[in-house]
Design a protein. Sequence first.
Lengths: 622, 172
Amino acid sequence: MALLQISEPGQAPDPHQRRIAVGIDLGTTHSLVAALRHGVPECLPDAQGRVLLPSVVCYLDGQRRQVGHAARALQAEHAGDCIASAKRLMGRRLADVAGAAQLPYELVDQPGMVAVRTRQGLKTAVEVSAEILATLRQRAEDSFDDELFGAVITVPAYFDDAQRQATKDAAQLAGLNVLRLINEPTAAAVAYGLDHGSEGLYAVYDLGGGTFDVSLLRLSKGVFEVVATGGDAALGGDDFDHLLAGWALQQADRQTASAADRGALLAAARSTREELSSRDSAVLECLLGGRPLRVTVSRAQLEALCAPLVERTLAALRRVLRDARVQRDEVLGVVMVGGATRTPMVRRAVAEFFGPGAEARVLTNVNPDEVVAIGAAIQANALAGNAQDGQLLLLDVIPLSLGIETMGGLVERLIERNTTIPVAKAQEFTTYQDGQTAMALHVVQGERELVADCRSLARFELRGIPPMAAGVARIRVSFQVDADGLLSVSARESVSGVEASVVVKPSYGLADDQVAQMLRDGFAHAQQDMQLRALREARVEADRLLLATQSALQADAALLSEADRRDIELLMGVLREAAQGSDHDAINAAAEALARGTEGFAAARMNRGIRQALAGRSIEDV
Amino acid sequence: MNIGDDDFTLFGLPEAFAVDGARLDQRWRELQTEVHPDRFAAQGAAAQRVAMQWSVRVNEAYRRLKDPLSRAAYLCERRGAPIDAECNTAMPRDFLMQQMAWRESLDDAQDAPALHALHAQLDSDEQALLQRLQQALDVQPDAPAAAAQVRALMFLRRFRGDLERRLDALDA
């Protein structure tokens, strides 16, 4: 990929060719995919009309696997091979996973990232998430009967670099082109159109099935700054159901005897709770051990039962406001996310928390299950160049500081938290001992002074430093954080002129070649489908590249020497010929050669375009 | 317009310490609207790389111009009087007295009200130092004197950090 199509920013080069871009909410308990249809963002349903896909993957005998509803149905029977809540394991080591002992499956610590032992071998959260993403991708492609141009995937605001990288790798495995990773609260705010001219502080109250997150955003001129985040990783809507189920058993003086009983009771509790959102009384009904259970529940009873849980969410809200040193009345609005926020007592409690007259500021009119995916879809559409106004620009900040370990286990911060991305920073370090020829670099993320209290992202060594007295070498370490919040680090010794540089992708263990291996292993696709798909994709890409190159040559031949132009035309000829054949590797190789050969030309056109745009603005200003 | 242009040229602002904050913010947003990689998401890797370089450059200049201290340091350096805080500790003579007064106040302060009072004192002292810095940069102009003021302000910031940690410890 290298040659670019230059067009008006924010517009597709061919107005008739709309690119299909989706937003994906990859959630702990369920996931969704949304896209714009006829200019309206909506969640895409599966063949049965369901938009929520349970985030569950079940590994069965004979390389078979089930994803979503089918996997959830198998959970009781195949507890050890059904992986739910994989999001909690993304980019984590075993020691980082809270409540690992309560999980129904067996965790295995691995360098980099924890894995689950299944009958199909060890599976990481990246692979499990890739299955879910591939399922949603398939759903979207079926909906539009076309291939996807790309996706915006949401992540919690507090996700660190390793967790973001893991999410991006899962998308790559699922064959998705990631346009951007954006923060979930940011996506929710976009769904409410808060990016259009809203200024000030907004809270996002996200009560999911199994987690509670609260974030405070400061909006100013299209910049979404995550001021503070907090929550309770062990509190969710499911806890409301557990309480109600336990209470119902007590009322009827009954007990559950089997996993099937417990499942039936919980499902009944959930539907009763949902019914009570719109009625004053409902009947909880199910079969336990073949005998019917019937308990009448009033809304008041439910609310008394759940009051302590709601109070816990308010305590988290108070903590976040205190962290940010913000008063309640400074918050202009609260975006409600997650199905459990439909519960009237939750809405009431949040409104009361923010004081008299706050009801109007509690934003609930977008479906709380869908709001994150909808916001992601709006952003995906803009990034694909489909947006009419093209003005949506989210400037995110980095959630946690990035630094490097220095002598004595201290952290030298290179990039402070809440710095707007993309950002690059460099700092010089030196050697500690005479004649030192190598340097161990340890990249960490966090707000604490000691390395031991921060999260370790990557370690690498710079070798081949010429022997010098201690303190003479000049090692320049550069950090670069891209628009997704992903870091790359490089180091170079500059005094001697000897260049030794290394670029690390902060890795939780999955190296690029491992990802490639998984792709070769036919991940999420049958082998034959893979071959056909690869060929089709290669041809599409080759056509796109040829077309773009041709129009670039027509428009800006003046930027090229005659020799350069001949070289490019030669490469185009090779690619055209390869695209006639059926060897996708050959097509990709020829496309890559053309992309490389036109990189300088592309960069020159781009620089000129930007300079013209900036110069145009300056003249307007005068 | 070049990526290597100085921060003021890039933002179309006069090269001076006094900066119109609203105009700086607006200009930053305009520039990011033109150069952010998201605007080129559909245009391949080379375009992304170039856009990223520009976007990083614009953020760097914005951060430097936004903070009065880094803006002043940048101006001093451009005028041949780099700050070099590690090897040059020249500060205005009367600032030493002020430093000693702060230290004594911090040692004497035993409770939150006393610490808050010192915090307020630091805020007003900082304003006075910034005023003098503007004199040295925009009026006289005297770059070495300005650099000495910048070092004094850097000291003030570190001192305020110590004070805020004491306040945090009281809250906890």
